[in-house]
Design a protein around this ligand. Structure first.
Ligand SMILES: Cc1cc2nc3c(=O)[nH]c(=O)nc-3n(C[C@H](O)[C@H](O)[C@H](O)COP(=O)(O)OP(=O)(O)OC[C@H]3O[C@@H](n4cnc5c(N)ncnc54)[C@H](O)[C@@H]3O)c2cc1C
Length: 401
């Protein structure tokens, strides 16, 4: 029986674990190890910030969905991997005592580490800005947003240097604009979208179809001021200070931090801690380690004056996890491994009163097809996708499209 350890209980970790169990049944003992005992549908965090979702609407207990499917769950944080010995070390409980977990295969889907400390004053814990990247941050950001509705003032939303997930900041800029207009308060809230992207709609992937013009036009229509190609020097209370000397006052700021790899697995990766893989998502050096999702290193399609990273969306993460699981299965069963398809991306961006569909095939240019287009029907599709994905994860139906 093969011992398979999966790190992370989110898009990548759960998909890989469910697929592996379905493929290998009693031939594999699968353990998911995660420092969070929940699966959180992160794409709905902007809705939670705006008050349209509660944490319980978008959260599942990892143990409740894994254990009935014969998959073990350990609510522990991995602290390091010893790839030569094929062991993961975890810290558990208040004592923080380490325990070791040997594996035949390791699947890493630990996502990003949010590097607030790289910009003085950034972040909700030790700094002065809000964030949308974790459930706990989003809950606090919702409280801060409610205060702005009671006592309006300047808002700055956007992404610092080194970010590789731009979509949520765009969504929040549109959603805040729409909500303020609905309340007839928009004229009391100057709204700035601040970004490290070289132009609007770059998104870390060199744009998608006409995304540059799309974002320029829709921001202009809504009077959302944009500042592109910007790096942040520091955040003082109520003021973003840019490297070019510009100072932006704010009453509410929600700024995405630089991304790095999670410390426990970062030594397996590049200087930023993202891990290099081949087309099957196998580590380029350690053949029994697979890496999927945000933890993977993907080189940017073009250098940008201010560093930006390539986003690895939930859609892409699920595809990576399915490929990795199919390759492991083929190896265990002595079958020919499937040839991995090219990664493409489909994303729906909420815009408050409407939504946009963004597609790129493949993810990075040059592409066969790339589209950014607006339509109210995409909003309905986004809501349906949230319900569908939570249903899939709740019941372990990772085989559904
Ligand atoms: C606000 C927001 C909106 C988004 N919107 C969209 C969207 O509309 N469409 C889309 O396709 N994608 C969207 N994404 C991206 C999508 O959520 C990510 O691509 C996806 O979550 C990546 O999954 P992952 O498994 O790689 O990592 P993550 O989701 O980051 O999960 C990492 C997992 O690893 C665990 N972990 C971390 N460190 C350790 C450790 N040391 N030991 C054990 N476990 C650990 C964590 O607890 C977590 O379970 C959005 C993301 C955010 C934050």
């Amino acid at each position: 029986m093969k011992r398979i350890v999966v790190l992370g209980s989110s898009f990548g970790g759960l998909t890989a674990a469910f697929d592996l169990k379905r493929f290998l049944g009693k031939d594999a003992a699968i353990t998911v190890v995660s420092d969070d005992d929940r699966f959180v549908f992160l794409p709905s965090l902007p809705w939670l910030i705006m008050g349209h979702r509660r944490p319980e609407d978008i959260t599942l207990k990892a143990a409740d969905i894994l254990k009935p499917r014969g998959i073990d769950f350990l609510h522990e944080a991995a602290v390091r991997v010893e790839p030569e010995a094929s062991k993961v070390f975890t810290a558990a409980g208040e004592s923080g005592n380490e325990s070791e977990i040997p594996y035949d295969y390791l699947v890493i889907s630990t996502g990003p580490s949010l590097a607030f400390d790289e910009i003085p004053g950034l972040g909700p814990d030790k700094g002065h800005t809000n964030c949308t990247f974790t459930l706990d941050h989003a809950v606090n950001t919702h409280a801060a947003w409610k205060k702005i509705l009671e006592d309006p003032g300047p808002v700055v939303v956007g992404s610092s240097q080194g970010v590789s997930c731009f979509g949520p900041s765009y969504e929040l800029a549109y959603e805040m604009d729409a909500e303020l207009r609905r309340r007839n308060m928009r004229h009391r809230v100057p709204l700035i979208y601040l970004t490290s992207e070289p132009y609007l709609g770059h998104m870390g992937v060199g744009g998608l179809g006409n995304s540059k013009r799309f974002f320029e036009d829709t921001f202009a229509e809504r009077e959302i001021k944009c500042m592109v190609n910007q790096a942040i020097e520091e955040i003082a209370p109520g003021e973003v200070r840019l490297k070019d000397g510009t100072k932006l006052p704010f009453k509410f700021a929600m700024i995405a931090p630089p991304f790095k790899g999670v410390p426990a697995v970062a030594p397996l990766g590049n200087p930023r801690g993202f891990i290099p893989v081949d087309k099957q998502y196998r580590h380029t050096r350690y053949k029994n380690i697979f890496v999927v999702g945000v933890a993977v290193a993907i080189a940017p399609p073009e250098p940008t004056p201010v560093p930006t990273g390539v986003p690895k969306t939930g859609f892409m993460t699920v595809k990576m996890a399915k490929t990795a699981a199919a390759v492991i299965k083929a190896e265990v069963k002595n079958e020919t491994p499937p040839s991995p398809g090219e990664l493409n991306v489909v994303c729906i961006m909420d815009m408050g009163n409407t939504a946009a569909l963004m597609k790129g095939d493949p993810v990075l240019p040059p592409r066969r097809k790339s589209v950014t287009k607006k339509g109210a029907q995409y909003k309905a599709l986004k809501i349906a996708f949230e319900r569908y994905f939570l249903f899939k994860m709740k019941h372990g139906f990772s085989n559904l499209p």
